[in-house]
Design a protein around this ligand. Structure first.
Ligand code: MN3
Length: 200
């Protein structure tokens, strides 16, 4: 029961000009594929072979580094692609919009804090909007860790995650991670994030 690369929910070029076609081709087709392949190799013939991705991720601190890193990589990227849309952008409405205003003051303040979380992540990692014990928090994780992991500083239900590895932006934005983070707001699929919030 090997894991497989999920298809992108849009074309590689659909997120232009904010994320360029070549970045999407390499990011999905090479990086994400490699996490899937290396995860399958790491669990083959082990007690982890028949576990779900969620089970593996939840016990990341107790399993081998290859399973933690590649399982996290597979989960995070699958979640990330679903968080973006060529018709994204704007701002959240309804209960999520209100919760963001309540937690962060305003949508603009939320974006500022989220971007600071992404810029502040030294090296490679992710920045997250998390629902934890009914409250919204921004957190960041190193490498391919995520808020579902037992090892996370802020454990909770991820609502939105943005990849801040250089491979996510370097071809178009080079060293300018803040420019990439500024552009990503044009792509966030708030309907999807609102769905996650409602279920969390
Ligand atoms: Mn990535």
């Amino acid at each position: 029961m090997a894991f497989t690369l999920p298809a992108l929910p849009y074309a590689h070029e659909a997120l232009e000009p904010h994320i360029d076609t070549l970045t999407m081709q390499i990011h999905h087709g090479k990086h994400h594929q490699a996490y899937v392949d290396n995860l399958n190799k790491a669990i083959a013939g082990t007690e982890h072979e028949n576990k779900t991705l969620e089970e593996l991720v939840a016990h990341a601190g107790k399993i081998s580094a290859p399973v933690r890193n590649n399982g996290g990589g597979h989960w995070n990227h699958s979640f990330f692609w679903e968080s973006l849309s060529p018709n994204g952008g704007g701002h959240p409405s309804g209960a999520l919009g209100e919760a963001i205003n309540q937690a962060f003051g305003s949508f603009d303040e939320f974006k500022t804090k989220f971007n600071a979380g992404g810029v502040g992540r030294f090296g490679s990692g992710w920045v997250w909007l998390v629902k934890k014990e009914g409250k919204l928090e921004i957190s960041s994780t190193p490498n391919q860790d995520n808020p579902l992991m037992d090892v996370a500083d802020v454990k909770g239900t991820p609502l939105l995650g943005v990849d801040v590895w250089e491979h996510a932006y370097y071809l178009k934005y080079q060293n300018k991670r803040p420019d990439y983070l500024a552009a990503i707001w044009n792509l966030i699929d708030w309907k999807k994030v609102e769905e996650r919030f409602a279920k969390a």
